[in-house]
Write a protein that binds this ligand. Structure first.
Ligand code: NI
Length: 162
C-alpha cells in the first residue's frame, strides 16, 4: 500500500487540464492502486489523478459499492438535477451546495484496458461529475451556490421519523 500526498486547493496542478492516457502500463496501474489506497485512507468517495499531482485523465470512485476505475472518462449523457452538499479531499473540512445532473452515463477504460459504459444516479452521478471536473482543472467551489461552510459546524442530519 502506497499513499500519495493529496494536493490542496491553491496547488497549480489542480488548475490544469489533464492529458488523455494513450497506453495503460504498469505505471498507470500502480498509480490507480495508489489512488485507491489514498482515497480510502482519507475516507473519500472519489479521487482524481491531478489531486496527487499527476496530470493524467484517471479517476477512482467508491461510493460504498466497490471501486470504480475510470481512465479517459467521457460523459455521454446527463439528465435531471440534484442539489446537495459536496466536499473534496483537496479542501478538507469544507463543503458547499452544488447542483449536478441526477443521472450520468459515462464511457471509460478500466486499468486492464477494457472499455465500458456506466450509468450512475444520485451520489454516483455527483461523484462522476465532480471527478471529471478535476480532469479539466475545475474545483467544485466554482460551482457552489452560496458560501462554503465548515463541515464540523454542520449539525448531524436528523432522519425523519415516520
Ligand atoms: Ni474533489
Amino acid at each position: 500500500m502506497a499513499l500519495r500526498q493529496i494536493r490542496i486547493m491553491g496547488d497549480e496542478k489542480l488548475e490544469k487540464v489533464c492529458r488523455p492516457v494513450k497506453e495503460i502500463t504498469d505505471r498507470e496501474r500502480e498509480l490507480v492502486r495508489d489512488m485507491l489506497d489514498t482515497m480510502y485512507d482519507a475516507n473519500g468517495v472519489g479521487l482524481a489523478a491531478p489531486q496527487v499531482g499527476i496530470l493524467k485523465r484517471i479517476v477512482v470512485i467508491d461510493i460504498g459499492e466497490g471501486p470504480v476505475v475510470m481512465i479517459n472518462p467521457e460523459i455521454l449523457e446527463t439528465s435531471g438535477e440534484q442539489t446537495g452538499q459536496e466536499g473534496c479531499l483537496s479542501l478538507p473540512g469544507q463543503a458547499g451546495v452544488v447542483t449536478r445532473p441526477n443521472y450520468v452515463k459515462v464511457r471509460a477504460t478500466d486499468e486492464n484496458g477494457e472499455e465500458y459504459e456506466l450509468e450512475g444516479t444520485e451520489l454516483m452521478a455527483r461523484a462522476i461529475c465532480h471527478e471529471c471536473d478535476h480532469l479539466d482543472g475545475i474545483m467544485y467551489v466554482t460551482r457552489v451556490e452560496g458560501n462554503l461552510f465548515d463541515v464540523s459546524e454542520q449539525p448531524e442530519e436528523i432522519e425523519d421519523e415516520e
